[in-house]
Design a protein. Sequence first.
Length: 171
Amino acid sequence: MANILEIIFQIIHNTPFWVWVVLLILVKRGTALMHDGPSSLGKSVIMPLIFIVWGLNTVVTKFADPDMILGFYIVSLLPGFLLSYLLYMNRKFYVENGQLVQAGSKLPITIMLSNFFVKYFLNVLTAMHPALYNQMQFNIFYGIISGFTVGLFFGGIYKTLTAQKQMFTTK
């Protein structure tokens, strides 16, 4: 038990400060999305951009074969998008005071935190076992998981775009 606690404390201690800031932003943004609020395409894109930059930076700077990983990453975006499209299919929007408002939901925070913890786990794993950066099976796995989890954001963005388009075409 003491060994497990030591590992946990080492992981927490060696996590860069910016990662904790990202987690705080995710929790704050996700909590806000649990309640009805104004819909903003700009805000919808912030989280995916953070995860795209975080993932691609890791792929390009640390892995032995970034081109191969990027191929799996890009291909895996589509299934992630399709799943989130299905999950967000029933997301409700309405107009209030001339502004598009999205109904609150636990889905965005679930997707954001899932993304965070998957990325965090993969980065802890590679920090503990740097040889994984050179193993083809892990490279493929990393590309697929990273692409899929980022793809999960795009169903919500697509739903927001279509709701905005409908709002402006009905005016």
